[in-house]
Design a protein around this ligand. Structure first.
Ligand code: ADP
Ligand code: MG
Length: 242
């Protein structure tokens, strides 16, 4: 469903991606683990054309992502729901309006239909009672839920989640991870989850990869990754109690 070949991206003298390769099959959840600053968010942004790679190919469901070709870019973006790292909710709009706005940008739909669908998705993530709240009135976990509903309301074939649990307490992190898992089961989306939360990756992933030094170093099931003798990888699996 998503194939990345020899992806290269630098910002000035900072070489972030150095020929990264990644393949995500239809319907699976693939997690990208990696240190802060390793290029996880940049990778997701390349997939939707928000960042333009220096070299390499990205193919999404047989369409090559090409930032110079607005048609192909629009076709790719139509398929993708994006849960941004910071949530990217509009502060001055209620969460219901945030969803309606996202829907009206991506799908041709009457406002009443868009409102009905938005309410439905907000209730799926447990925010039925908070439709008319502003993002500033929500807790961290509720904001992530709202951002997740905003990504899903367009009923995408692909879901990109950037740090869905970062900044949340362990209990809320688990709840959000399980919520993404149950929505994935319901809608059969193909998903990439960027995280440094091994619990989240463990709950969700079919497979995962570790982004290090501009390349996806290891890929495999979380179990397979846990068995790898590499300090960088092992760091994710160390319990603070050990
Ligand atoms: N638009 C940009 N301009 C310059 N540097 C950037 C830009 N976007 C990201 N970077 C740099 O690229 C590196 C990787 O960033 P990012 O993908 O956001 O890391 P992370 O793995 O934590 O998500 C970081 O050092 C970051 O500062
Ligand atoms: Mg990031």
């Amino acid at each position: 469903m998503i194939e990345i070949t020899r992806l290269v991206k630098s910002f000035g003298s900072l070489n972030v991606l150095k020929g990264m390769e990644m393949r995500v099959e239809k319907g699976e959840i693939f997690s990208i683990l990696g240190k802060s600053g390793s290029g996880k968010s940049v990778t997701l942004k390349c997939i939707v054309g928000l960042v333009v790679p220096d070299a390499g190919d990205i193919v999404v469901d047989s369409v090559r992502v090409d930032a110079d070709d607005r048609k192909s870019l629009a076709a790719v973006r139509k398929k993708i729901g994006y849960l941004f790292q910071g949530g990217a909710l509009y502060d001055s709009m209620t969460i219901l309006d945030n969803l309606i706005f996202n829907l009206s940008r991506h799908r041709k739909m009457q406002r009443s239909e868009a409102a009905d669908r938005s309410r439905h998705y907000l209730s799926l993530v447990g925010l039925k009672e908070s439709l008319n709240k502003l993002p500033s009135e929500l807790s961290g976990g509720m904001k992530k839920r709202a951002a997740l509903a905003r990504a899903l309301v367009i009923e995408p074939e692909i879901l990109l989640c950037d740090e869905p649990t970062t900044g949340l307490d362990p209990i809320t992190s688990r709840e959000i991870s399980e919520l993404i898992g149950s929505l994935h089961q319901q809608f059969h989306v193909t998903a990439i989850v960027v995280t440094h939360d091994i619990l989240c990756a463990g709950i969700l992933s079919d497979r995962a990869g570790v982004l290090d030094d501009g390349m996806l170093k290891y890929t495999g099931s979380i179990k397979e990754l846990a068995a790898i003798q590499d300090e960088e990888v092992a760091g994710y699996f160390k319990s603070p109690l050990q």
